[in-house]
Design a protein around this ligand. Structure first.
Ligand SMILES: Cc1cc2nc3c(=O)[nH]c(=O)nc-3n(C[C@H](O)[C@H](O)[C@H](O)COP(=O)(O)O)c2cc1C
Length: 158
C-alpha cells in the first residue's frame, strides 16, 4: 500500500466521499472532517458522521465503507452530495459519477484514490465530554457525531 498525502489538508480542503452499502443499495455523502493514522497496529481512517445522516444507516448496516478523493472539477458534485440527503435524491445515480464495486463496498470510477475500509469501531462522541465552546458551537442545534474507525484494507489508485 502506498498513499502519500498531506493529511492535514486532504480532508479539509479537498473533501472526500464517504460511501457505504451494496451495489443496488448504497449511499454516499461528502466529508471534510477525518483523519488517518495508526491504531491497534493497523492503518486506519477515522470519520465523523452526525447521527442524522442517511449515510449513517448504511455505515451501521455494512462491515465495509470507502473514503474516496476526486479531481478538483468534481467539487461542485461533492457540494451537492454534501448538501442534499439520499433520503431526498437518488445518490446511486448522480450525474458525472459512475458507481463501481470495490471489494465488499462501493466507490466511483472517477475517484483518484479510494480507501477501502473495514469498520473496526463505532464510538459516539458525547458533547457532555467536550470543551463547552465546541459543544455549544457544533451541537446546540444539531445531532451529535459518531466516530467510525476503519482499517484501510486496500488503496485503489487510478
Ligand atoms: C464540504 C462538506 C463537508 C462535510 N463534512 C461532513 C462530515 O465530516 N461529517 C458529517 O456528518 N457531515 C458532513 N457534511 C454534511 C453532509 O455531507 C450532508 O449533510 C449530506 O447531505 C448528508 O447526506 P446523507 O443524508 O445522504 O447521508 C459535509 C458537507 C460538506 C458540503
Amino acid at each position: 500500500m502506498n498513499f502519500e498525502t498531506d493529511i492535514f489538508t486532504v480532508f479539509d480542503k479537498k473533501w472526500a466521499l464517504l460511501t457505504a452499502g451494496k451495489k443496488d443499495d448504497f449511499n454516499t455523502m461528502t466529508i471534510s472532517w477525518g483523519g488517518m493514522g495508526t491504531l491497534w497496529g493497523k492503518p486506519v481512517v477515522t470519520s465523523y458522521v452526525r447521527t442524522s445522516r442517511y449515510t449513517h444507516e448504511f455505515l451501521d448496516k455494512n462491515e465495509f465503507f470507502t473514503v474516496s478523493f476526486y479531481p478538483e472539477e468534481y467539487k461542485k458534485t461533492l457540494g451537492i452530495l454534501g448538501s442534499k440527503s439520499g433520503r431526498d435524491i437518488d445518490k446511486m445515480h448522480i450525474e458525472g459519477l459512475t458507481a463501481e464495486v470495490v471489494g465488499d463496498s462501493i466507490s466511483f470510477k472517477e475517484a483518484e484514490i479510494t480507501l477501502l475500509c473495514r469498520k473496526l469501531c463505532l464510538q459516539p462522541i458525547d458533547p457532555k465530554n467536550m470543551n463547552p465552546d465546541i459543544a455549544q458551537q457544533f451541537y446546540s442545534a444539531d445531532a451529535p457525531h459518531d466516530m467510525y474507525i476503519g482499517e484501510v484494507v486496500d488503496i485503489i489508485r487510478k
